[in-house]
Each structure stands twice: as C-alpha cells, then as structure tokens.
Write a protein that binds this ligand. Structure first.
Ligand SMILES: Nc1nc2c(ncn2[C@@H]2O[C@H](COP(=O)(O)OP(=O)(O)OP(=O)(O)O)[C@@H](O)[C@H]2O)c(=O)[nH]1
Ligand SMILES: [Mg+2]
Length: 624
C-alpha cells in the first residue's frame, strides 16, 4: 500500500523541528552545524506511529530562505503538510513562500499548527488565528484545521495526532502502479554496504533485485536492498520514504537531482508546461526571462517562452515552453517551481504537459490546441495526438504508457478498445493510428496510380523505385503499411513489382490471342516450365505480353525461371500441407510430389526460403 508522508513547512525558528521531536522522539537536526546554530539546513527525516497504529513518514524542512532549495527537494510526494506558525509572530515571509510553493506543487491537505502557545495571551492567540484565516483566504490553506500547540510544554500534541490520523484515513490514494521512480535527495556511502540513495517514491513499486537506471547519466544498476523507516523491505510503494542500496554504483556517479527508475525516461532540454505567475508578484514573467527551475529534486536554469501570450502576468497561468540549460528526465504531469534568477525568490510554478516537445513557434494555433488537449483532453485523444507527431508511427503499448505516464495494464485496455473502434490498427505487437494509415494509404495508392498511368504496359512498379518515393518515412512503417495493404487486397506485390490490385493491362486483339496461348503453354508446362528465352522466342509481341503477365500471371522464382501463377499457388499449398503433415520436406520429397526435376525443385524451395515461408535446416525445410 502507498505510504503516507507528512511534511513540515513554515518560517525559520517557528518550531518545526521541535514539534517533530516532541511527536516522534527523533531529532531531525542531525549535523553539528545545525545543532550549534539551532536551525535546520538539510531535510530531516523521521517517522511517526499514529494512535491508529499506522506508521507514517515525516520530512522536516528548513525554514530559512537560504535553504529553500533543500525544502523544494523534500516536498515532492508529500500528502499532508503541517504549516507551522509561531503564535508570537504570525504569518511571516517564508510562511507565505512555502504555502505558495506547496499549492503550486499540488498539495491539497494542510493542518495549521500554532506553536509556542504555552506562554501566549489567549486573546493574542485568537487574534492570530483570525489573521491566519483571513490571509489564507483563496489559497489551498483556506479552511484548514488550526491546532494550538506547545511542544515544550506538551500542549495540543494529542489533538494534533488525532487530526493527522483523520487526514490519513480520509486521504484517497491513487492506486496506479507505474514503473518505480524516485527523485534522489541524498546519496551517501555506507561502509561495507556501498552507495545508498534516498528519496520519496513518486511512482511505485520498486523491488529488491530490480534493474534500474539512473538519469540523466543513464547508469544501469540493480537494487540490492531497500529500507523504509530504518527497516529492511523487499518492496517499496509510491509515497514511501526509502533508502536504496545500489550495486556497482560509485558515490561520485550519483547526486541529489538524479532520478532513479525501473522504467524509461526521455532526456530533454525543453519542456512544454502550464506556468503560473504568483498573484503576490509585482512583475510579469517575460519572454526569455532566465529562471531557476526546481523539478523533482533537481534545479536547472532555463529561459521562458510564453506560447500564446506576450507575458505571464501575476495571478495568471499560461502555456509556455521552458528552454533548459541542462538536460532533465521528467514525466508528463510532474510539477515544478520557478524562482527568479536574481534576487532568488519564488515567482511561480506549474505542471509539465509534454516532457519532450519540439521547439514551438509562438502564437501557433495548432501548438496551443495540442497543448490544451494534453492538459484536459481524453487520454485516447492525447494518445492519437502523440502518435500523429512521432517520426515513426508504429508504437508499442510500453512506449505509450511511458508517454502517458499511465500503468501498462490500463494502456493495453484502452488500446484494445481503440482498435475495436477503428482508431488504431494492430501490426503484430505494435500499433498505428488509423489516421496515419489512411494518409499513407492514400499517398501510396496515388503513387501507384500515377505509375500505372504513365506506364500502362508495365505490370507494376519496381519495389525499389516505389520505396525510394517514401524515403522520409521510417522503413518499418512502410513495410507495415504495405503488409496491411496486401492483406486488404489493395495492392499486389510479386517478383519485386508492386501494383494496385485493380490495375489491369489492356491487350490489343493481336496481343490477346498471344496472351491466351502463352498462358496455356505455361499452365501446361507446370513445374517444368520453358526458360524465359524459350517462352519469349525473340518475338516482340510475346515479349510485350510477357512483361505484362509478369508479377500477376507469371511469378518469378529466380532470375531464369518463371511459373504460371496457378501452378505456383498449387505448389506452395502442397508444400505447406506436406510440412504440416510430416513436419518437414526434403528436396527429393518435393521433386517426387510435384513430378519435377532437381533444378526447378531447388529454385522453388530457395525462393520460399527467401520469402520467409520456409526455413532450411540441414537438408530439410520447415515452415517458419
Ligand atoms: N516554548 C516553546 N519554544 C519552542 C516551541 N517550538 C520551538 N521552540 C523553540 O524555538 C526555537 C526554534 O525551534 P526549531 O524547532 O528549531 O524551529 P524550526 O522551525 O525547526 O527552525 P528552522 O528549521 O531553522 O526553520 C528553539 O529554540 C525551540 O526550542 C514551543 O512550542 N514552545
Ligand atoms: Mg528546523
């Protein structure tokens, strides 16, 4: 099951760490510097056993504005925030900044914890509470429970625990199982154990023994051990605070900001996003503004390109493209925060709509529509939009699941529904959109129709020439579409020629008679046909008719041998039937069955090998 994670937040010295220590007995200020200075610098980690018996994880963040970076690295994946406010000070700058950040990151559940109430005047407490309610109006913290506490005097802690328990049991977990993904917030080395990384699991599960990749470097490793709340586990789920011991990874190869995943991530220097500029800002976010982007546990510099508007004004949310100065590995729907380049203050944030976009022209309707679709559209439409923009259309359900950031199981179900509805076509285990197929079919049949018109006497277009017309398209797609067109009997491919199945050569009366004669000769000759020269007899009329029969009525078996198509079909069916009955066929058996000679037998069987119908094993052939 998903684990519940609580985060603290609030202004410096308002009592976050003291509160967690009072609740859990764990001091999250672990370094000497933190203890000496009496303030938190790094993220602190603890866990809490609730009255219900449930164990939940806690991330304690520093309040000092200089350490906001550390705070940002800790808050992804948090379910409930304890917004800590010192009753003697009320809402202060970092209270507001943390609240804005958490709201932009999509955190929905909050408990407002008033601290240090023991010595405070009850009237003051009421005034501060009213002020807090007023100031948080219209934000995600509006209506949050407020609890009065004093960690030193032990006031209000039981009430707070009950509220946390309530919030935990009310929370609805999304049960989607995705390839495990963890944004690394710490990496360290343990003597005799090796490299350990920690973080909150964004997607899960992850299991001991699982192969993983660390992005962006692409380092491959395996999970040797998983710890959750200091206990060994075989499996970690989304939301778990985990420490993961990795095999064969040196400490210098991993750092905060890296992403560990059991799945695949695309690397990208650009992100399409919806970007919100905070209401409290006095300046708009302008084209080409340089910003710090905090995404996952990573911080990168980027330039902003608003897509549909000139600038993003305070309080507005607009489509934009972030042009990053370093590569990132993120997924659709990931959230991020942006801070001004200088002075470094939080000015906004948003959500990723496309983690690997192309460079966009601004004010382009098509781009805007496609992004809006990704934001609010039906998943099946988002998938069709994705397929229409890929360089090759044939796509696996795994690639689709990666792009959509959805469980493979759900994607497979959706895809099979889309196949039934005629929106997708299955090509083996891959899929193509009906739209791509349609477009390609039209352009292929047009190419063939043009060829037939300019070469009415030729039985078909040489395949090589045909393919060269579609060089821009991935050859795998061309093959797949040709296969579909053959199955649907729209085109015929034979002897390296392709033609529309509706195409017929018109014969003159004279040619007609010759055609009939040649057709009879070839049928009669069966599996011991005359050579091509013998058939044509150096006669121009016979040559013209031969050309038109080739590929339709005459099937080329090798350079010198052609067979009547009826003879060819019969031989092919007999070979298949023979192998089905006997497991294999030898050259001798084929010769006897067809009453032909060694020369034709070899030519025919080798032709079937090349076609991929049969496969030669020593002196026998089996079906492929
Ligand atoms: N009397 C009283 N003092 C408190 C209480 N909570 C915190 N303090 C004191 O306030 C000071 C700051 O507390 P911390 O818990 O370190 O504050 P913090 O919010 O973790 O600070 P940063 O992590 O640096 O942002 C310490 O001296 C605490 O002893 C409380 O409920 N009552
Ligand atoms: Mg602290």
């Amino acid at each position: 099951m998903k684990n519940f994670v609580i985060g603290t937040s609030g202004h410096i010295d308002h009592g976050k760490t003291t509160l967690i220590r009072a609740l859990t007995g764990i001091d999250t200020d672990t370094t000497r510097e933190e203890k000496q200075r009496g303030l938190s610098i790094n993220l602190g980690f603890a866990y809490l056993d609730l009255p219900s018996g449930e164990r939940v994880g806690i991330v304690d963040v520093p309040g000092h504005e200089k350490f906001i970076k550390n705070m940002l690295a800790g808050v992804a994946g948090i379910d409930l925030v304890l917004m800590v406010i010192d009753v003697n000070e009320g809402i202060m700058p970092q209270t507001r900044e943390h609240a804005a950040i958490l709201e932009l990151l999509g955190v929905k559940d909050y408990i407002i914890v008033l601290t240090k109430v023991g010595q405070a005047d009850p009237d003051l407490i009421s005034i501060v509470e009213e002020d807090i309610k007023e100031q948080f109006k219209g934000t995600a913290l509006e209506g949050a429970d407020i609890v009065r506490t004093d960690a030193v005097e032990g006031i209000g802690l039981d009430e707070l625990l009950d509220l946390i328990d309530q919030a935990r049991s009310d929370s609805v977990y999304s049960q989607k199982e995705l390839p495990g993904r963890l944004n690394i917030d710490r990496a360290f080395s343990v003597k005799g154990v090796g490299t350990v990384v920690t973080g909150t699991l964004l997607d899960g599960p992850l299991e001991v023994g699982e192969d993983i990749t660390i992005y962006p470097a692409g380092i491959k490793s395996k999970i040797r051990n998983i710890q959750i709340h200091e206990a060994d586990q075989v499996k970690a789920h989304a939301g778990n605070r985990t420490a993961i011991n990795l095999t064969k990874v040196r400490l210098e190869d991993v750092k905060r900001g890296d992403v560990l995943t059991a799945g695949h991530l695309d690397l990208s220097y650009m992100l399409d996003v919806r970007l919100t500029c905070l209401k409290s800002q006095t300046q708009a976010i302008e084209l080409w503004d340089r910003l710090h982007v905090h995404i996952g546990t990573r911080e990168v510099l980027a330039r902003v390109v608003p897509i549909g508007v000139d600038r993003i004004r305070p309080g507005q949310s607009e489509l934009a493209q972030l042009r990053l100065e370093e590569v990132v590995a993120v997924k659709k729907d990931d959230r991020f925060i942006v801070r001004a380049y200088s002075p470094v203050i939080t000015i906004g944030g948003g959500v990723v709509l496309d983690p690997k976009p192309k460079k966009h022209k601004r004010y382009n309707e098509e781009v805007i529509e496609s992004l809006e679709l990704k934001e609010t559209g039906e998943t099946s439409d988002i998938l069709l939009d994705f397929l229409s923009r890929r360089t090759h259309g044939l796509t696996s359900t795994k690639d689709m699941a990666d792009y959509l950031n959805l469980p493979l199981k759900d994607v497979k179900k959706m895809v099979s529904e889309m196949v039934d509805k005629g929106e997708l076509v299955a090509v083996g285990a891959l899929y193509l959109s009906e739209e791509t197929l349609d477009k390609m079919t039209r352009s292929m049949t047009e190419t063939l129709a043009n060829f037939h018109q300019t070469h009415p006497l030729q039985p078909g277009m040489p395949l090589g020439e045909f393919r060269s017309q579609f060089k821009k398209i991935d050859p795998r797609d061309v093959d797949a579409i040709l296969k579909i067109l053959q199955d649907r009997e729209q085109v015929v491919i034979s002897a390296e020629l392709i033609r529309l199945s509706s195409f017929n050569v018109d014969y003159s009366p004279e040619q007609k008679a010759v055609h009939e004669a040649m057709s009879k000769e070839m049928q009669k000759a069966g599996m011991t046909p005359p050579s091509i020269e013998e058939l044509i007899q150096d006669d121009p009329i016979r040559k013209a008719v031969y050309d038109r029969m080739l590929g339709k009525e005459l099937i080329q078996v090798d350079r010198r041998i052609v067979l009547d198509h009826r003879v060819y079909e019969e031989a092919l069916n007999k070979v298949k039937a023979y192998i089905n009955q006997n497991g294999a066929i030898t050259l001798g058996e084929f010769r006897d069955m067809m009453g032909t000679s060694r020369k034709y037998g070899i030519a025919f069987l080798e032709h079937l090998d090349r076609l991929g119908v049969t496969k030669r094993i020593e002196d026998k052939r089996v079906l492929r």
